[in-house]
Design a protein. Sequence first.
Length: 243
Amino acid sequence: MHRILARLSGLALALALAHTAPAQALDLIKITLPDGTDSRYVVALPPDFDANKSYPTLIAIPGGEQTPEGALSMVGRFEDEANARGIIVIGISTDYNGVRPMFGPYADDTLIPQLMAEMLARYPVEGGAFYVTGHSAGGESAFRAAIRHPEMFRSITSTSSYVADEDLPNVGVLKDIPVNLMVGGDDFAYHPGATQSRDALLAAGVDLYFEIRGTDKHSMISLRTPEGMAFFFDLVTRTGPVN
């Protein structure tokens, strides 16, 4: 390859390099919220991004400790499919000095409105509302955000997760929002919570897509293939029941 490139000159070399240009670099961006809380996020913009147009926008919440590095990894997995569909992806970190303020029974209910207001001010979000997805702990945080602030979201897609017990009585507020919940067939520890969530969502009349996927474990590896990622984004962007 080096010998071939060495023989190229001038315009030919420039064209060869242009065709192998890497995807946009993903960097963490630090912001300070109105209440003084420091936060970090990462954004992937469509390749033909035009600030004068509006774009469907997906908020991604990582699992585990919900760290900035987790947000980077999650957005990196989504970037190619999102680019193909003209979707902005914003990965948010909710790890503040080892505390996850969007997770657990004592979650800070003021954080999501502040973060979403900041994103609306910075990016041209179609319809002024977001798709939201989360994995594991991030899935619980995604449900919590949408249950407490349904007006901010267009759909919820949660993987390897479930609705927290304290939020189950309020899932009826999601009746106008498509909800997708998937767990791995071999992720047995999450089956009880996921099926309990399924039953509560269906009883409340929510438009729910629910699946226990094959032999997937907690990482839901089947959704990381090109076909799986296309299916995932079909769910994220759906406006009616899955056929």
